[in-house]
Design a protein around this ligand. Structure first.
Ligand code: RNT
Ligand code: ZN
Length: 412
């Protein structure tokens, strides 16, 4: 292996790329791993099935049913993912003792078990209010025309900011709160403006609570449409892009939420000319927001390239997929590692050289170098990165299989 890494190191050095620096950089890029891949976006409230125009398909055995099971599964996944990362929680994953409360009354104490978990592992926590899978979310949330419903969801958003503030304080690292709502219509609306005006007002009210803006980042996530909500989405891209810009929030781009020919990679450098930071949900974009596990494909590589060119600290990275048709732990590992492989590929690219070629109009040389690079030995650098961070290179599925036999299949 050392021999192969040495060869790769020299090969990259010849085009001005330092593999050691790339590995060190990759170690410093945290990705927020979403808890919801482990239990099909179920959460711990128990009473409702998934709603909000999103859907999980597949019936692979071994879904986590309790906080302990989910935490154990996340540990298993993290043991196979190189580097130090973060956890992304949804409000529906509150760990209640005897005092169950509704979403508008959630408090830090309901997430103490998660803080404890994160502290022991040195992980940061990010957060998401849950505006779906709830009886009051049947006909809209923050854009609802029913003022009582809307007020309930505003209180939920406010409660979530306080919880994220608690995460940041306890863990000594920032916390990103991402707001996504499913609100929309199956039928062509008669009024497109009213719901958006109400959403705007609701967001203003949520953000009007006192919270530590130096530690809590708020992001807003748009989408094109949801299942059963095909004709209109209140929180559209234009809506949130403008809202984020005006209010100093992060605009969050989920690459499953655009038309199939739109490129999120191309949006990143445009957005970053106007905002210091943006946030991403990385998924595999398969027509409707299907939430397949991300592959190491051109789309993810293109996104990673833009992140590296912009500076990795300017793009807040989170994953968002929920596939129940394959082993859920393997799904986490595949998705997270693919994002890292894409970042490594981008870190091993001589961007300055390529840029010079573009600026001087030498598109021949630019194309040749880029195409030759595709067969460079990135895999050997990846193996070295895995070795240095103490996780298996390619032979990790065995461990997932063992865990499946010992733990997962017994859950049915
Ligand atoms: C849904 C959004 C949103 C959710 C999570 C569970 O279309 O992508 O981010 O996937 O909040
Ligand atoms: Zn998303």
């Amino acid at each position: 292996m050392t021999g192969r890494y040495e060869y790769a190191k020299q090969k990259y050095a010849a085009i001005g790329v330092d593999t050691g620096a790339a590995i060190e950089k990759l170690k410093s890029v945290p990705i927020s791993m979403h808890c919801w891949q482990g239990d099909d976006v179920g959460g711990f409230e128990g009473q409702m099935s998934l709603s909000g125009g999103i859907q999980v398909t597949g019936g692979y055995p071994g879904k986590a049913r309790t906080p302990d099971e989910l935490m154990a599964d996340m540990d298993m996944a993290l043991s196979l993912i190189p580097g130090k990362h973060r956890l992304n929680l949804h409000a529906s994953y509150a760990v209640f003792g005897d005092n169950r409360v509704d979403r508008d009354a959630l408090c830090p104490e309901h997430f103490a078990a998660w803080v404890d978990f994160a502290k022991k592992r040195g992980l940061g926590l990010d957060f998401n209010p849950t505006y779906f899978s709830h009886p009051k979310a049947a006909d809209g949330t923050l854009s609802s025309a029913d003022e009582e419903i809307r007020a309930f969801w505003i209180r939920h958003g406010q409660a979530c900011l306080k919880i994220a503030e608690y995460f940041a304080k306890e863990l000594g690292t920032h916390s990103t709160v991402n707001i996504w709502i499913p609100d929309g219509f199956k039928e062509i609306p008669a009024d497109r403006s009213g719901p958006r005006a109400r959403l705007k007002d609701s967001l203003d009210k949520i953000l009007s609570v006192q919270y530590d803006k130096s530690k809590v980042n708020v992001a807003v996530e748009s989408k094109v449409f949801g299942i059963g909500l095909e004709s209109y989405t209140v929180g559209s891209h234009e809506f949130y892009m403008q809202y984020a810009a005006k209010n100093g929030l992060f605009c969050l781009l989920d690459n499953g939420h655009y038309h199939p020919t739109e490129s999120v990679a191309d949006k990143i450098p445009s957005m970053l000319l106007f905002s210091e930071k943006i946030a991403l949900h990385v998924t595999r974009s398969v027509r409707w927001d299907s939430d397949h596990v991300p592959l190491l494909d051109d789309e993810v590589k293109g996104i990673a390239s833009e992140i590296v060119r912009a500076g990795t600290e300017r793009v807040i990275l989170a994953m968002d997929f929920f596939d129940a048709s394959i082993n859920r732990i393997a799904a986490w590992v595949i998705g997270m590692r693919n994002m890292q492989k894409a970042l490594l590929t981008a870190l091993l690219t001589p961007h300055d050289k390529l840029k010079e070629m573009q600026d001087s109009g030498d598109f021949t040389a630019m194309t040749v170098l880029r195409e030759e690079l595709k067969l460079y030995p990135v895999g050997d650098v990846w193996e070295a990165f895995c070795g240095q961070t103490g996780v298996p290179g390619e032979d990790w599925l065995e461990r997932v299989r063992e865990y499946e036999e010992k733990v997962l299949v017994k859950r049915e």
